[in-house]
Write a protein that binds this ligand. Structure first.
Ligand code: FAD
Ligand code: NDP
Length: 399
């Protein structure tokens, strides 16, 4: 059994959705485009885990179907149902999967009250577990995006939360200790407890297989009603290992999002692409990069002569409780804090080799976020760090 398409998008997540919409906008013909996704639903906006994409119905959707092997030389994908799908151009948008505790030697991820959060099925099961233990105790493992966002949601849903992570403060890869302590203080004021510098060593179960307590490496034991795990992700590259060049754990692409094979492009969390602004290849795990890389790849496929190099300014954001922050660029070099850390608007710039390379802002207005975006893209020279701290947002607004 086999079918052939001009364009095949492998994966049904955020990047796949944006690529499909871009193909539709640019007018590919009926029967030319196919999306293959392991998920049983059409691509949706993962951060909201609810809003669907409005895809034209003529796109061939092969859902609930895992691709189990890829033959790059013959331009063919083989699905778990035994179908062969061939392509002229392939966009790899396989994203990433949540890292499991088992990869750190802890078993128990399959227990019904241990939750991960990557797709719609995970989100539904997390909500069910949460509703079944109102007023109970949750342990959140990991102090990154999932940990911080889920801890806030659990508290809002009247569950007692203890966060456990190995670092000295939350969001260690992005936040400075000063930024982290602002949010941690607020979380603590809402009753969240932090256990830092240690990791989970084992679970205890009841006779039905539910987790009843967690044991930490520091020797402590915490009774629990539910566990949420957010300990990072692994890009889904395995179909292409040995066939395409990999870098930074992802599939290496050039400025046109093209892999080491001319007919194959990679976008979203799985792609390691050149960030022109920093002269470096990066793999970014954020939705803005997924959306923009997907659109750029489609433009590069359909209009190769008119499409330049992808010139992307990294952008991350989060919203928890009533907070909302945005970050642009790179958190390299020295951080200079500004604003009122006892109020609601504050931020930081990162200065590397005498230039501003990154900007963080909590509680900004639209104009202020635009200003830090522009300032970061311009990479202005900064000589006096103390003066930059005094100027704060005015620096970005007047640069
Ligand atoms: P994904 O959206 O993960 O899609 C990958 C798709 O490929 C899936 O449909 C998967 O089933 C499919 N697939 C994989 N392998 C196969 C195979 N072999 N066969 C068939 N199909 C396959 N980022 C932000 O910037 N801001 C946020 O607020 C934010 N919130 C988030 C909240 C949650 C709960 C999560 C999980 C992520 C969040 N992110 C956020 C990150 C953002 O969602 C990702 O960066 C984005 O989804 C990456 O898009 P992608 O298309 O590359 O991968
Ligand atoms: P992150 O990489 O953000 O954070 C993982 C956290 O878990 C880190 O603090 C990490 O520490 C810690 N950790 C690693 N191993 C262990 C362990 N064995 N025990 C306890 N803690 C551990 O990943 P998340 O899982 O939070 O998020 C998954 C993906 O979803 C990411 O790609 C993220 O970008 C995306 N996402 C983005 C959001 C946003 O942009 N607003 C919102 C939600 C998800 P260390 O740094 O030492 O490894």
């Amino acid at each position: 059994m086999g079918r052939a398409f001009v364009y095949v998008i492998l994966g049904g997540g955020v990047a796949a959705g944006y690529a499909a919409v871009e193909f539709a906008k640019r007018g590919v013909s009926h029967g030319e485009l196919c999306i293959i996704s392991e998920e049983p639903v059409a691509p949706y906006e993962r951060p909201a885990l609810s809003k669907g994409f409005l895809l034209p119905e003529w796109i061939e959707l092969v859902l609930g179907t895992r691709v189990k092997s890829a033959d790059v030389r013959r331009r063919k994908l083989l699905t778990a149902t035994g179908e062969t799908i061939s392509y002229k151009f392939l966009i790899i948008a396989t994203g990433a999967r949540a890292l499991k505790l088992e990869e750190f030697g802890v078993s128990g991820s399959e227990a019904e009250n241990v939750c991960y959060l990557r797709d719609l099925a995970d989100a539904n099961s997390l909500v069910n577990v949460m509703q079944s233990c109102s007023g109970g105790n949750a342990i959140v493992i990991g102090g990154g995006y999932i940990g911080m966002e889920c801890a806030a949601s659990l508290v809002i849903n009247k569950i007692n939360v203890t966060m456990v992570f190995p670092e000295a403060h939350c969001m260690a890869r992005l936040f400075t200790p000063k930024i982290a302590s602002y949010y941690e203080d607020y979380y603590q004021s809402k009753g969240v407890k932090f256990i830092k510098g240690t990791v989970l060593s084992s679970f205890e179960f009841d006779s039905s297989g539910k987790v009843t307590a967690v044991n930490l490496r520091d020797g402590s034991r915490l009774p629990v009603d539910m566990v949420v795990v957010g300990i990072g992700i692994r890009p889904n590259t395995s179909l292409f290992e040995g066939q395409l060049t990999l870098e930074k754990g992802g599939i290496k692409v050039n400025g046109k999002l093209q892999t080491s094979n001319n007919s194959i492009y990679a976008v979203g969390d799985v792609a390691a692409f050149p960030v022109k602004l920093f002269g470096e290849t990066r793999r970014l795990e954020h939705v803005d990069a997924a959306r923009k890389s997907a659109k750029h790849a489609v433009a590069a496929i359909l209009e190769p002569e008119k499409t330049g190099e992808f010139d992307y300014l990294p952008f991350f954001y989060s919203r928890v409780f009533a907070f909302s922050w945005q970050f642009y660029g790179d958190n390299a070099g020295e951080a200079v804090h500004f604003g009122d850390y006892s109020g609601s608007t504050f931020g930081a710039y990162w200065i590397s080799k005498g230039h501003l390379v990154g900007s963080f802002l909590e509680g900004g207005t639209k104009e202020e976020y635009e200003a830090i975006t522009n300032a970061t893209r311009l990479k202005p020279a900064v000589e006096d760090l103390a003066e930059l701290g005094r100027q704060g947002l005015n620096f970005a607004l007047t640069v």
